[in-house]
Design a protein around this ligand. Sequence first.
Ligand SMILES: [Zn+2]
Ligand SMILES: [Zn+2]
Length: 147
Amino acid sequence: MNEIELLNLIQKISLESFDYPFIGQVKINYRFKTTGGRYHLRDHHIEINAHFLKKEYRQDLVGIIKHELCHYYLHVHHMGYKHQNRDFKILLRNVGGSRYTPDIGLTRKKKYTYQCTNCQKLYYRVKRINLKKYVCGKCRHKLVLLK
Ligand SMILES: [Zn+2]
Ligand SMILES: [Zn+2]
C-alpha cells in the first residue's frame, strides 16, 4: 500500500465512521517501533507505521486509523481530543478504534534467554542456539535455556 492508497483508505474511513471528511495529509513512517500512528495538531497530518501496511495487518491498520481520526475529528471540532478526555474515550469506543498499538511483535525481538550454569551470565538471542556447540563466552561452561 502506498501513500495515495493509504490516504484514500483514511478518507473512506473518515466518511464512513465519522461522517466527516479528512482533509489532511498522510505520511508513512518507517522508523516507528511501538507507535502505530500519530496525529499532528499543527497541520492535521497523520503518520502511520509502515509495518501495519502489510495485507495481514489490515484489521489492525483500520483500528489505528480510527484512533488517529478520533484525535483529528475532536481537535477540529474543539472537543477533548486527548487520550484522557471523556470525548476521546467515548468516540473511540463508538467507532471501534484501537486503544493501544496492536502487538505484532515489533518490540519482541529477543525471544530466547540463556544462562550460564556456572557464572550465571545471561545471553539474549532472537534464534535458538545449539547448546551442544555453544558455551559461555566468559567461562566456557554450559548454557541452559531459561524461557
Ligand atoms: Zn492517540
Ligand atoms: Zn559462564
